[in-house]
Design a protein around this ligand. Structure first.
Ligand code: AQP
Length: 334
């Protein structure tokens, strides 16, 4: 059976990269499901992943609610999707240990995310190194078969497949599926400050990303200050003009237009970069308006948000418990 599973770290408020790279797809997948499907989409707010790097506990707690409220505002429907908080399902940690026994140090050392995030750290936390093992446990705990993720996570998913395979081979049983990615067309949104980097929640420069709940004036300012190039007019050239092309990609993602059509329109109208930046800001503000309206209604209703997360955890735990019991039997512990 097809089981779609994905997650998001509550390290900050989700940004446009998370939205176009992941959340939007989740909502599409959810909306195509049959009502009361027995294997609904599962989305986890992965708070245990979020403490890989030191996090202020109060801030983390706050972001968990903000993340939940954002997902609901973007269209995640708790009636049709299991939305839960990772730490409320203890089997994640337990399975991570079992899977960790099947992974080697060189395999983990090769991970790009580990290399980038550990670069320059004088002391590397073990959690940063074993992050992909916990991620594999997240997916495999639910016997996930399809994982909608951005391009940055493909290497981790490949590792997850290899772990699943090693486990199955070691115990001579075809228990875990080999999960495959569902890639968004919008695979990698770049930082507004440095097009060589991806837009990221943990970038210390908040000007590098647009958060889904940024007010209009902030969006306008971030776009105005985004790094482009010295040419005056507009053309779509992701390699040669990556900064500007990111802005065109954003407009394309919010509309039905192709990036090339947008560039052609701009050329016909002799739109310059400053005018185009204003236009993109407007498009984004309009696109985010309904999401933000819903968000402002939800964010102060902690009781409601807790009830959604508790119910999600109850449903997630019942699936996880059943799978974990079988895994323990396979390993010989059960
Ligand atoms: N820039 C991006 N473009 C497209 N997709 C992206 N995703 C993240 N950044 C981009 C996708 O969003 C989903 C959730 O991401 P995550 O919270 O699990 O962590 P991440 O990939 O590490 O994203 P961030 O924003 O960079 O978070 P931090 O800074 O906390 O590590 C994933 O499917 C991801 O592919």
């Amino acid at each position: 059976t097809k089981q779609v599973y994905s997650g998001i770290q509550p390290t900050s408020i989700p940004h446009l990269g998370n939205y176009f790279g992941a959340i939007k797809q989740w909502v599409d997948i959810q909306n195509k499901q049959r009502p009361h499907q027995s294997n609904p989409l599962i989305i986890s707010i992965v708070d245990l992943h979020a403490i890989t790097m030191p996090k202020d506990p109060r801030l983390l707690n706050d972001y968990i609610y903000k993340c939940a409220a954002t997902l609901l505002s973007c269209g995640i429907d708790p009636e049709r999707t299991i939305l839960y908080k990772q730490s409320q399902v203890a089997y994640h940690g337990q399975l991570s240990w079992i899977l960790g026994c099947r992974v080697t140090l060189p395999q983990l050392s090769r991970m790009h995310q580990y290399k980038t995030k550990s670069d320059g750290l004088s002391e590397v936390p073990l959690g940063l190194f074993t992050y992909p093992v916990l991620q594999a446990a997240d997916i495999l705990l639910f016997r996930g078969t399809h994982v909608p993720i951005g391009e940055d996570q493909l290497q981790h998913l490949e590792l997850c497949r290899s772990i699943a395979e090693k486990f199955n081979n070691a115990y001579g049983i075809d228990f875990f599926p080999r999960p495959v990615p569902i890639e968004s067309e919008f695979t990698r949104l770049k930082s507004l400050r440095d097009p060589a980097k991806k837009m990221s929640k943990s970038d210390p420069d908040a000007g590098s990303r647009i958060e889904l709940v940024d007010p209009a004036d902030i969006i306008e300012k971030k776009i105005r200050k985004s790094v482009t190039d010295s040419m005056r007019l507009i053309s779509y050239d992701p390699k040669g003009r990556p900064g500007l092309s990111t802005l065109i990609d954003l407009e394309a993602a919010c509309t039905d237009l192709l990036p090339e059509e947008i560039a052609e329109r701009c050329l016909l109208q002799a739109t310059d970069k400053a005018e185009y930046k204003k236009h993109v800001s407007k498009v984004l503000v309009e696109h985010l308006r309904p999401i933000q309206a819903k968000y402002s209604r939800l964010i102060d209703d902690k009781k409601y948000l807790n009830s959604i997360l508790d119910d999600g955890a109850r449903r997630a735990n019942s699936i996880a418990e059943n799978n974990f019991r079988q895994i323990c039997k396979i390993v010989g512990c059960g």
